[in-house]
Design a binder for this molecule. Structure first.
Ligand SMILES: C[S@@+](CC[C@H](N)C(=O)[O-])C[C@H]1O[C@@H](n2cnc3c(N)ncnc32)[C@H](O)[C@@H]1O
Length: 1006
């Protein structure tokens, strides 16, 4: 056990236990039910300290009986690690223990207690007795309880960890054998060819041979586990799909290699896992164990598949909540139950089959055979999850009904493909029949956890989501059509396709769609059309926002706060189509709740709902919307605004200095031009481009637009004029190679800062764009700005004072004449100039009250500018801020204290990175020099999620990009003290900014 996690005698948990017990006693409570709460809280709290989970009254099987200990603590693998049984002080504890043990209660790690005395049983005998009123004895009891690990479990943990580690190697080894067999084993190759075309026909026309090889690998590596853990020796023959795979594998192993021999090296791991599984008496725990294997396998081996397909199992509390919610909605709106004839349920992305298993547990034994045979369906497109789902569901049925019966509702199919207008054989005859039966079924409930994935982030990965013409068109015609957003690319996300598909699959009937998914659709701009359409397609929509969006709030951690351990926000939607009035309800859990708290909240099933009044495409209409609307839209003040430069290959086109930049751009251009030549000579169809181009990121970094340029035969050319100064991050300038081929989306910068115009003449106000994941900020610049000025997800928009023709001629003021007139008229002052307005706006955008009040509005819309009572004060402050922010490199540095380390010769170089002290008042530049005495107010000047000084620390470090191997060094040979001086200058900028902003008069008129 980790010492840090132990509960000390003086811990608040133990104090609270004694306090609440004493309080209950003083109220005269004496019976077991009344007095058990304090110990339960103690156990739940201490379990959480270990990262474990306490579950009350979780059923288990022991000694052939079903037992229900008062409490069970589960470890992160969902193994039960200890039990608790409470009695009241009038019982004879020893006699009660005897009785329980005879009934088969576990005695491998169980606390029996009667609020005064506790007895801990471990390894079948009494291990410790404790007087519960004594804090030290109680702490010892908990220590021993949590420290206990059964040997089989210990072995299991090691085995699974080891298995996870070995899988990539073994899988690679197997892939090698298969590759060999492709060339040397003709019978295998023939069987493979048939199997491959089957996969193309029934799973995915673009499936690669590698993906099919991978299926064989998955089968070979896991089939034994399924057979043994589920005690199902016939698995390979019985399963509708495994039989097909076995046929190909039969040919593979007939000549190429011995399956048993090859897998022998895994024997110790298999055996350990199998032994551990044998110690698990309850099927539901075996199921949880398989869920773990499901995720581990893909994360360890098929990471790309895990990403595109969303391989992550759904925590049981969420599954249970959703099944219960569907049951309630059926009853409330239709007077039906889960087992009513005519209620036909489909999980379209079943993974491990969790939802179906939970639903089955809610159905009476009398109705179950009918429902199982006729009313339940599930689809899965990946082989291993398909196997796991079959095993789980069929085993659960056997447990509930007492007999084995294959689950004919399970289809090996791509759900979204079912919307396409074609009737095909679906892998095997049996599977085709199943798919046909599902197609004909009148589905009324669709429930599940669809994958979420917008598409690949890196073009070199060749990991694109598949296209589905029918669904994609439906999304275009419904969700995208109604949208006011400029970009609706987020609608490509797989979960959106599943919403569209599921809604259409109800085929106009009344019914229910219940999904747990990425919930960006609830409030992000690109989804306004989807929200509007959902309100048309359904009568009642309930959404529980489980939050966990790490990008929105970087103080959250995916692992700690997100129910799936991921980075995007998650929510549960229950959409019901029925008669009656439209209704939209929303509930959001506190942002900082940990995963366990969120799951416990769902278990309690008492959700505090707020009824929303949607306004067009907005569900969560921000506060102060009316007041914000009164301001003048910034887009009306300026004629043109420009998006920050989106290079999509920063490591190649930015550098601290022009010389290394020219070197790497030249290398890039050479590779790219060679690829253009190679492509032209190959005369291949455009659809093969992804597989054709060299994907090595040490040579080139692709983006969708670069591939289009290659297809068009456009060559790149390096020219020295392409190197431009740019503001990459706050107070961090770089040399940028700016041209139309190498920059993914160059935008309008040639007309803002034309190469031949005099630098410094023009200024832009750069700010976080719509739907920014960073807090609002504004920063003025006299150089081209990057799209991610304050980090990924901020979508910088820039408002220039001047615009030009791209050749630098024809300079025009970009503040419109009508804006000038409006300002002059409002303030009755004809002397107001366009520069005054520009500076006025810059100051308003810094006003703390403005930022705070309109924080939500500024995420949905570009700023609107109110008329503050004192125009002149704002214009003057804005001018001063602009000067500081543009001319920061020429300011006198703030006098920081130089602390030199006598053990080292003085150096100004940043070796790897600078380090700020915890209290942020001292900055170690390198081992020889620390700059101390940084005034604490410095860090109050923030841009996005960092202070200006933290941006300098973050940016001026030596890095090496993992994928391209490109090194970046911020030290300047021509000016060795640049960084040290910059620190002092940015401290000065920060302090002056904080002072000026603090002195701004009120921004809102009374
Ligand atoms: C998030 S998981 C579902 C987990 C499941 N609820 C559980 O607890 O095990 C999504 C599953 O959908 C499958 N899937 C993804 N796209 C699919 C598609 N187009 N058709 C069918 N299944 C799909 C994935 O292979 C994955 O197993």
């Amino acid at each position: 056990m980790r010492a840090s996690a132990s509960v000390s005698p003086s811990s608040p948990l133990i104090r609270e236990y004694h306090r609440s017990l004493a309080e209950l006693r003083s109220q005269g409570v004496e019976h077991e039910m009344g007095l058990r709460r304090p110990f339960e809280n103690l156990l739940a709290g201490s379990a959480r300290l270990h990262g474990w989970q306490y579950v009350a009254e979780s059923g288990a099987k022991a000694g052939g009986h079903r037992i229900r200990p008062d409490g069970t603590v589960f470890d992160p693998n969902n193994f039960p690690r200890g039990f608790w049984e409470s009695k009241d002080s009038h019982d004879d504890l020893d006699r009660e223990i005897d009785r329980k043990l005879r009934r088969g209660y576990p005695d491998n790690n169980t606390i029996f207690e009667d609020t005064r005395r506790a007895v801990l049983y471990q390894n079948h005998s009494k291990a410790l007795e404790a007087d519960l009123s004594d804090a030290r004895q109680l702490a010892d009891l908990l220590f021993r309880f949590y420290a206990h690990t059964e040997p089989a479990i210990h072995e299991f943990e090691q085995a699974v960890a080891e298995f996870g580690k070995r899988v990539p190697d073994l899988a690679l080894g197997l892939a090698g054998k298969i590759a060999e067999a492709h060339t040397h084993n003709r019978r295998f190759e023939a069987a493979f060819a048939t199997f491959f075309s089957l996969c193309q026909l029934s799973l995915n026309p673009n499936i690669s041979r590698a993906a099919v090889d991978e299926m064989l690998v998955q089968h070979l590596l896991t089939e034994r586990l399924f057979r043994t853990i589920f005690d199902n020796p016939e698995f390979g023959r019985r399963n509708a799909i495994a039989a097909e795979v076995e046929r190909v594998i039969g040919e593979l192993v007939s000549q190429s290699f011995s399956r048993t021999e090859y897998l022998k090296s895994l024997d110790p791991f298999y055996l350990a896992i199998e032994n551990a599984a044998r110690t698990i008496s309850d099927f539901s725990e075996k199921q949880l164990f398989l869920n773990g294997i499901y995720e581990r396998f893909f994360r360890g081996y098929s990471v790309k598949v895990a990403d595109t397909h969303g391989i992550v199992y759904t925590p049981p509390q969420i599954v249970d909540y959703m099944c219960g919610a569907v049951e309630e909605a059926l009853k409330r709106e239709f007077g039906l139950s889960l087992s009513s004839p005519g209620v036909t349920i489909l999980d379209p992305c079943t993974g491990t089959g969790n939802f179906i298993v939970h639903l089955m547990r809610r159905i009476s034994k009398r109705d179950l055979p009918r429902v199982y045979r006729e009313q339940l369906f599930a689809n899965e497109v990946m082989l291993m999850p398909y196997y796991i789902a079959a095993l789980n569901i069929e085993h659960a049925y056997m447990e509930l009904s007492g007999q084995y019966e294959p689950f004919e509702g399970l289809c090996f199919v791509d759900t979204l493909d079912l919307a396409e207008d074609r009737q095909l054989p679906m892998f095997s005859e049996a599977n085709t029949e199943r798919v046909e039966r599902e197609r004909k079924a009148q589905i009324t409930v669709i429930i599940g956890n669809p994958p979420y994935n917008v598409g690949q982030l890196n073009e070199n990965d060749n990991n694109k989501n598949r296209k589905y013409p029918v669904i994609d068109r439906r999304i275009h015609d419904t969700y995208a059509k109604g949208s006011k957003a400029t970009s609706v690319s987020k609608l490509n996300d797989a979960y959106v396709k599943f919403f569209r598909w599921a809604t259409d699959r109800l085929e106009g009937r009344d019914g229910i769609v219940c999904f747990v998914s990425n919930n960006g659709f609830v409030d992000q701009l690109a989804f306004d059309g989807m929200r509007k359409r959902l309100m048309q397609d359904f009568t009642q929509i309930d959404h529980i926002d489980l939050h966990g969006n790490v990008r929105k709030n970087p103080k959250l951690s995916g692992t700690t706060h997100n129910v799936f351990g991921i980075q995007v926000g998650v929510g549960i939607t229950i959409a019901v189509r029925c008669g009656g009035d439209k209704r939209l309800r929303y509930s959001r859990v506190p942002e900082f709740w940990r995963k366990e708290e969120k799951l416990a909240f769902l278990t309690e099933r008492s959700v505090p709902w707020a009824t929303l009044a949607p306004d067009g495409g907005a569900w969560l209409v921000p506060e102060h919307a009316g007041e914000f609307a009164v301001g003048t839209p910034l887009v009306d003040v300026f004629g043109v605004h420009a998006m920050g430069v989106n290079s999509n290959r920063d490591e190649w086109v930015y550098d601290f200095s022009a010389v290394p930049l020219s070197g790497k751009v030249n290398r890039f251009v050479e590779t790219y031009n060679a690829e253009v030549d190679r492509w032209r000579r190959s005369k291949q169809p455009a659809s093969t481009i992804d597989a054709f181009v060299v994907a090595d990121e040490r040579l080139i970094k692709w983006s969708s637009t670069l591939k289009l340029k290659l297809l068009a035969g456009t060559y790149a050319e390096f020219t020295a004029q392409g190197i431009r100064p740019a503001l990459y991050r706050p107070f961090s300038k770089r040399a940028l190679y700016y041209d139309n081929v190498l920059i993914h989306r160059p935008g309008k910068w040639l007309s803002v800062f034309p190469p031949l115009a005099v630098e410094g003449e023009n200024l832009v106000i750069a700010l976080t764009g719509i739907a920014s994941e960073k807090p609002f900020m504004a920063l003025i610049s006299n150089q081209i700005c990057d799209l991610h000025l304050v980090g990924a997800g901020c979508g910088t928009q820039c408002f220039p004072f001047y615009t030009h023709s791209p050749d630098g001629s024809n300079r025009r003021e970009n503040v419109t004449d009508s804006a000038l007139e409006n300002f002059r008229a409002h303030y009755r002052n004809p002397a107001i100039s366009k520069w005054d307005i520009f500076h006025y706006i810059y100051a308003v955008l810094h006003h703390p009250a403005y930022r705070e009040k309109f924080a939500d509005n500024l995420k949905r819309e570009l700023p609107r500018i109110p008329f503050a009572p004192d125009f002149a004060a704002f214009a003057a402050a804005g001018r001063e801020l602009a000067r500081l922010h543009v001319e920061y490199e020429t300011l006198e540095p703030w006098p920081l204290e130089w602390v030199e380390n006598p053990a080292y010769p003085l150096s100004y170089r940043v070796e790897d990175k600078m380090r700020l002290s915890k209290d942020k008042t001292a900055l170690a530049v390198n081992p020889s020099l620390t700059l101390a005495g940084i005034p604490p107010e410095t860090i109050a000047y923030r841009l996005g999620n960092r202070s200006a000084l933290e941006w300098v620390v973050d940016q001026y470090r030596v890095t090496e990009d993992d994928r391209s191997g490109i090194r970046s060094d911020p030290n300047r040979e021509d000016d060795p003290q640049y960084i040290v001086r910059l620190v002092g200058q940015v401290v000065r900028v920060s302090l002056d900014t904080v002072r000026i902003v603090g002195q701004l008069p009120t921004v809102f008129a009374e």
